[in-house]
Write a protein that binds this ligand. Structure first.
Ligand code: IMP
Ligand code: MG
Length: 194
């Protein structure tokens, strides 16, 4: 334990970032705007917010406190990267049980929309097996790439280029999720973690 003041700048592993793209304040402000938009769009209705684990948990925790609506929260656990920096092309569901979404207005949250396979697979499965009233999607980041699946997020925080980013839920080999900022990992760090 140290007597450092509260804040992010003393995180040791910030040194592993080549550069910071979005700092805590930028993220906080943008998430607040997204919460306001969702509150206005779903006014008068209850929503079910489903976070994609693990990457969506920080976004979930921050966004739901900016949404002034009755809600339930739930989660769904999938993997598509299997540890590397390229989407593997297959989406594995870690559980058979799906959140109860029957007749509900559902918003699925993830950290980032990349190829689109993850969100497309989740939306498809919830629609087929869960009989929701509607499904919308929200991501903190949207990568500017050609998607493998025809899906765009209904709400996104920021656009990023086609580079590998970590922090605020996003990981490399399971690490860096706790960084309070989003940044680009130094290329020499890739391949060094197991
Ligand atoms: P998609 O299925 O290709 O759209 O990828 C979405 C999933 O891949 C997200 O849930 C993230 O976990 C992961 N992902 C995509 N791009 C990145 C990145 O730049 N850094 C870390 N994880 C990423
Ligand atoms: Mg993920």
């Amino acid at each position: 334990m140290s007597a450092e003041p509260m804040g992010n700048s003393s995180f040791q592993h910030h040194e592993d970032l080549e550069r910071v793209l979005f700092d805590q304040q930028a993220i906080r402000e943008r998430v607040a705007e997204m919460g306001e938009a969702i509150t206005a769009d779903f006014a008068g209705r209850e929503v079910v917010i489903i976070a994609v684990l693990q990457g969506g948990v920080l976004f979930l925790a921050d966004l739901i406190r900016e949404i002034d609506l009755p809600m339930k929260i739930d989660s769904i656990s999938v993997a598509s990267y299997h540890g590397g920096t390229e989407s593997s092309g297959t989406v594995t569901f870690h559980q058979n049980h799906l959140p109860d979404v029957e007749g509900k207005k559902v918003i699925v949250l993830d950290d980032i929309l990349d190829t689109g396979r993850t969100l497309a697979a989740i939306v498809d499965r919830l629609n087929r097996e869960g009989r929701p009233e509607s499904i919308h999607t929200a991501v903190l980041l949207s990568k500017r790439i050609e998607r493998a699946m025809p899906i765009e997020a209904d709400y996104f925080g920021f656009e990023v280029g086609d580079e590998f980013v970590v922090g605020y839920g996003l990981d490399y080999a399971g690490r860096y999720r706790n960084l309070p900022v989003v940044g680009v990992l130094k290329p020499e760090k890739i391949g060094t973690l197991s």
